[in-house]
Design a protein around this ligand. Structure first.
Ligand SMILES: [Zn+2]
Length: 292
């Protein structure tokens, strides 16, 4: 007989905790592993190539200044792929939890693909720490135009990404696109729009960082869910430390087991499968309340 995805003692101990009166506040941190489960490449870190371009050379303010057409073709491709992907059962489980009024809940996502949003996650309980592919911002310093959710595809005729492929062996250069082929700001009419994602070398939005800090200061986080992310990089590492120092518990959802971590619950495997199983008791509460 095949081994169950989650050992029953792990599942029972986790379910006992999340249904107890000791678990009122939950913080979830999402990373690339959850997007991968929906079939999306993430282009971060080493090996982050798109065609023959290194994503680090495309995801910077300098790159945009040098060749906005090239950067826009990369992001148009990513918008197109994210729209073609579907939120998976892991996104849906978290979205349902965000509608459970008995739990004080916040999701911080490091993903920019909009899949949590499209799974109907409560927007008041969702922080897109690295921004969103579907947010557009004006590059004109004197203009504050920002469109938080633009799902148009393509954004301009020249940015039709349906023929662009993700193939790092494809050495063919992309066509040069002059500024008049790119999306412009409807407010000031002169500024180019740019993707509202946090590029390498840029700071995180202070609004988002403050919102997270406020949630962590106001509440004692009883449980932190670390999903599809190594938990070693900032800010993940600092949030986990704070929760642990305050006596909170940690549950890790990842592909590989961390043998050095003996304190956390570890759910190993595809997080689109493990998350719904782990969160089932809290999700069932949502279904019940919506039927009443
Ligand atoms: Zn503008």
């Amino acid at each position: 007989m095949a081994e169950p995805l989650i050992p029953s003692e792990t599942l029972t101990s986790f379910h006992n905790f999340i249904t107890s009166s000791n678990c009122k506040t939950i913080l979830a941190l999402l990373g690339a592993g959850l997007s991968s489960a929906s079939g999306l490449p993430t282009f971060r870190g080493s090996g982050g190539y798109w065609r023959h371009y290194n994503s680090i050379d495309l995801a910077t303010p300098d790159a945009f200044e040098r060749d906005p057409g090239l950067v826009w073709q990369f992001y148009s491709y990513r918008r197109h792929m994210a729209l073609a992907a579907k939120p998976n059962a892991g996104h849906q489980a978290l979205a349902q939890l965000s509608h459970n009024d008995k739990i004080n809940f916040l999701t911080i996502t490091q993903n920019v693909d909009g899949l949590s949003q499209r799974a109907n996650h409560n927007s008041q309980k969702l922080i897109e720490l690295h921004g969103s592919l579907f947010c557009l911002k004006c590059t004109n310093f004197t203009c504050s135009y920002r469109d938080p959710a633009n799902f148009n595809d393509p954004l301009t005729e020249s940015l039709d990404a349906s023929s662009l492929v993700h193939d790092k062996d494809n050495l063919e250069d992309l066509p040069f696109l002059s500024d008049d082929k790119l999306p412009h700001c409807p407010l000031c009419e002169t500024g180019l729009l740019r993707p509202g994602v946090v590029w390498f070398g840029e700071s995180l939005s202070w609004v988002n960082v403050d919102k997270t800090d406020e949630f962590m200061m106001r509440n004692h986080v009883d449980l932190m869910l670390v999903i599809g992310t190594s938990g070693l990089v900032w800010p993940a590492a600092s949030y986990i430390d704070i929760v642990k120092n305050q006596g909170g518990k940690v549950a890790v959802f990842n592909i590989e087991k961390d043998d050095t971590d003996t304190e956390s619950w570890q759910f190993i495997g595809d997080c689109s499968k493990t998350l719904p199983m782990a969160l089932k008791p809290l999700i069932d509460q949502v279904n019940l309340s919506s039927e009443l």
